[in-house]
Design a protein around this ligand. Structure first.
Ligand code: SAM
Length: 254
């Protein structure tokens, strides 16, 4: 296992612009974020270590876009935007670049300028993480993933809970390449949910079809809900029990 300060030297030797590059490699190994051909948006991307890694992982076949307050020296095959992610103008520019197809992965390594006053630094970090979360909701297609840096503290729990409502699941990851004393963690949210329903919702549905396993199939605004123990033609009241990016399950309420 590499000593933490070895990452700096390793980055120099291996041609990465920052030691942070290894954090993205470790996040990707842990959570399976980036695949060949993906559209990846990287917020707080300067000096560009994550952009280099994202480019490798998309294998020259995808679209990689980096945004930062600071200028980012050109990275081959990567588009960059100089802008502030707390401003609507930057978000709109990003939306334009990503286009109709949406993004597969949104990454944020944004960090505030540190004041040394923990409560303030924590609050600012959570604010930036929220900007990344909002951007992810806007840009990610169904099933897309978000990984966002945040400094540990009391406001992380609320943010995580909000993220849990919008993704299949969320986990906290501390990459080995983060410095020893660092309070940073990454919230990794997998499987963006765009379904018009959420677990716990109760609604009336019409059963239209039967699935391969014999469950009734209802459509809610085009979204497929499997309802065991029902038949086509029935109108039933159901409670949604589980929602995946492309389908969900519900049970009949008597
Ligand atoms: N992941 C990068 C890499 O691998 O080279 C390192 C990112 S560095 C830790 C954090 C970056 O977040 C800084 O470059 C900073 O300028 C940027 N940042 C902070 N607030 C921002 C904001 N509101 N909009 C855009 N970038 C921001």
């Amino acid at each position: 296992m590499a000593r933490k300060d070895d990452y700096y030297n390793r980055a120099k030797q291996e041609g990465y612009r920052s030691r942070a590059a290894y954090k993205l490699k470790q996040l990707d190994e842990t959570a399976g974020l980036i695949s060949r051909g993906d559209t990846v948006v990287d917020l707080g991307a300067a000096p560009g270590g994550w952009l280099q890694v994202a480019r490798e992982l998309t294998a020259d076949a995808g679209i990689v876009v980096g945004v930062d307050l600071q200028r980012i020296d050109a990275v081959e095959g990567v588009e960059t935007v100089r802008g502030d992610m707390t401003e609507d103008e930057t978000k709109a520019e990003l939306r334009e670049i990503v286009g109709e197809g949406g993004a597969d992965v949104v990454l944020s390594d944004m960090a505030p300028n540190m004041t040394g006053e923990y409560t303030l630094d924590h609050a600012r970090s959570v604010h930036l993480a929220r900007q990344a979360f909002e951007t992810a909701l806007d840009l990610l297609g169904s099933g897309g993933d978000l990984a966002v840096k945040v400094f540990e503290g009391p406001d992380v729990a609320d943010l995580r809970e909000e993220m849990e409502r919008e993704f299949e699941y969320v986990r906290a990851v501390h990459p080995e390449a983060s410095r020893d004393a660092s309070s940073e963690l990454y919230l990794v949210a997998k499987g963006r949910l765009t379904a018009p329903v959420r677990a716990g919702d109760t609604l009336e549905v019409g059963i239209e079809d039967t699935g391969r396993e014999g469950d009734g199939i209802a459509k809610v605004e085009g979204f497929t809900l499997f309802v065991p123990g029902t038949e086509p033609g029935e109108e039933v009241r159901v409670t949604v029990t589980d929602v995946k990016p492309r389908f969900g399950f519900a049970e009949r309420v008597e």
